[in-house]
Design a protein around this ligand. Structure first.
Ligand code: NI
Length: 190
C-alpha cells in the first residue's frame, strides 16, 4: 500500500484518454486500486480516477456519504464492492469501477458545485445529467450495473470524465462561478 502523488491540472496525463483495463484481476491492477483507495482517503476526496495518480487506465473509485446524497442509490444487478455501507453512514458504498460506461437517462441537467483533487483550492458550478445508468467491471471481474441520481450521478460523471481527459472546468458553462474555496468561505462568514 502506498499514498500516490496526485497530478494537477496542466499535466498531460490528465488530458489523454485512458486505456481499457484488459484484466481487472491482474495483481498490478489490484495493487493500483488499493493505492488509489488509500490515496483518496488520505486526500479527503470522495472520488479518484487512475489518471490522477499517473496511471492511464480506466479505473475510478468513489463513495457517497449520506449527508451528500440527495437520493438513495438504486441497485439493479451485480455485486457491490466494499459492503461497508451500512456501517459507516455511506449512501453509496466504496465503489470501484473498471472500464465504466455511462448512459444518461433523460435530458435533465442540474447545476451543482464541484471540486477536484487535481484542481486544488477551487470550486465551480458544473452542469451534470441528473439521472444516469452506469455499467462497469468490478475488481473480481463481475459486471456492475447501477442507476444514479443527484450527487451520486454527479460524482460518477466527474470521475469518468477524468478517463476521457476532461476536468470539471471544461464542463462549466459560467466561468464566473469558478472560485477559490478560501474566498468563498471568507465571503460567506463576513
Ligand atoms: Ni476530479
Amino acid at each position: 500500500m502506498a499514498i500516490l502523488k496526485i497530478a494537477s491540472m496542466g499535466n498531460p496525463i490528465l488530458r489523454r484518454r485512458a486505456d481499457e483495463v484488459a484484466d481487472p484481476s491482474a495483481p498490478e491492477v489490484r495493487r493500483l486500486i488499493h493505492d488509489m483507495l488509500e490515496t483518496m482517503q488520505d486526500a479527503g476526496g470522495t472520488g479518484l480516477a487512475a489518471p490522477q495518480v499517473y496511471a492511464p487506465l480506466r479505473i475510478v473509485v468513489f463513495f457517497v456519504a449520506r449527508e451528500q446524497a440527495s437520493e438513495p442509490p438504486e441497485e439493479q444487478e451485480g455485486a457491490q464492492e466494499g459492503g461497508t455501507a451500512a456501517a459507516g453512514g455511506l449512501s453509496v458504498p466504496l465503489t470501484v469501477l473498471i472500464n465504466p460506461v455511462l448512459e444518461p437517462l433523460g435530458e435533465e441537467m442540474d447545476l451543482g458545485p464541484e471540486a477536484c483533487l487535481s484542481v486544488p483550492g477551487l470550486v465551480g458550478q458544473v452542469p451534470r445529467y441528473r439521472h444516469l445508468r452506469y455499467r462497469a467491471l468490478t475488481p473480481s471481474g463481475d459486471e456492475l450495473v447501477r442507476e444514479a441520481k443527484g450527487f451520486h450521478a454527479r460524482v460518477v460523471q466527474h470521475e469518468c470524465d477524468h478517463l476521457d481527459g476532461i476536468l470539471y472546468p471544461q464542463r462549466m458553462t459560467d466561468l464566473s462561478t469558478l472560485a477559490f474555496m478560501d474566498e468563498l468561505h471568507r465571503s460567506v462568514s463576513s
